[in-house]
Design a protein around this ligand. Structure first.
Ligand code: SF4
Length: 306
């Protein structure tokens, strides 16, 4: 049995009466790649920020986030000591994450130094070479192409050899070929550094190609979690079924993608019962009451069906 590196249980994230995440739970196993999947507004990115201890001002988290045996929501945990060697967060906007006034090599050296790692020219060049951008050592961020900046971000995020890399929608602005290129790069670099990965994406087909486990979020709540093959081949939750129909897997011969009808509940809207009820083709009276979890082995879902 694999060890659990990260266990998120009953996580809720509030700002006043707004509820961005509602009682969400999933796990990341040591050495594995887990995908957190859902449409925009499902609560994936707020979950990532809560794990990294970087929630925007005004938001508070309750429930439990246990990382490497430590409760991160406990007030005596100093998250600055966990970010870096423990957890790093790679965001989609490379231009925002890189400092425009320092050369790439210099910025990588600083990351290595802050984390107490060897920060010689050779170690910086090795990291850039692993990311396929050895030539970027003396360049400023604005001198790099979009693809090279994305590779530089991967080098930054994996420089400390973190126990957990959270990669938040890092392929959303890339075409299909570049998305797979950056995913393969990250998987290779993470494996070499023995880092586990939590990939956050709206694209279930991409998730199924790289992750061994998938957790699906809707309306701020995880609605299904299981081995990637079980979730994709035998989805239990109607939202997962429709996400599959709307993914690249299901592009029809005219090239059109199916679009899921309706919309996600907003954080300020009160949800009673299933958050998917207003969009679900199988909705019935019982769906508007509290929905308990069902499971089969390590496959878990939140629906009255199945
Ligand atoms: S609980 Fe009801 S509304 Fe929700 S996904 Fe299941 S069948 Fe659909």
């Amino acid at each position: 049995m694999e060890n659990v590196l990260l266990s998120v249980s009953d996580l809720s994230i509030h700002r006043g009466k707004e509820e961005a995440v509602r009682s969400s739970s999933f796990s990341v196993y040591e050495g594995s790649i887990t995908a957190l999947v859902g449409e925009s507004g499902s609560g994936k990115s707020m979950t990532a920020l809560a794990i990294a201890g970087l929630l925007p001002s005004g938001f508070t988290a309750s429930g439990s986030i246990i990382f490497d045996g430590r409760e991160l929501l406990s007030c005596d945990v100093d998250m600055s000591s966990i970010r870096g060697r423990g957890i790093t967060l790679m965001l989609q906007d490379a231009a925002e994450a890189l400092n425009p006034v320092y050369r790439i090599g210099q910025q990588i050296r600083t990351v290595l130094k802050i984390n107490g790692l060897e920060c010689t020219d050779d170690s910086v060049r090795k990291l850039l070479s692993d990311a396929g951008i050895a030539e970027a050592f003396n360049e400023y961020p604005h001198e790099l192409s979009g693809g090279m900046r994305q590779r530089a971000l991967a080098a930054f995020a994996l420089a400390p050899a973190p126990r957990l890399l959270i990669a938040d929608e890092i392929t959303s602005s890339l075409d299909d070929e570049n998305a797979h290129m950056i995913m393969r790069l990250i998987m290779g670099m993470a494996e070499e550094r023995k880092s586990s990965v939590l990939m956050i994406t709206h694209d279930l087909s991409l998730a199924s190609q790289y992750a061994s486990r998938i957790a699906v979020m809707h309306g701020g709540q995880t609605v299904e979690e299981g081995d990637a093959s079980a979730v994709v081949d035998f989805p239990k939750h109607p939202y997962t079924e429709l996400l599959l129909r709307s993914s690249e897997f299901a592009r029809d011969c005219s090239g059109k993608l199916f679009s899921i009808p309706g919309r996600m509940p907003l954080p300020r809207e009160e949800v009673s019962g299933c958050s998917f009820a207003s969009r679900c083709p199988y909705s019935e009276d019982g769906c508007f009451k509290e929905i308990s979890l069902k499971s089969s082995g390590n496959h878990i879902w939140r629906c009255i069906r199945g």
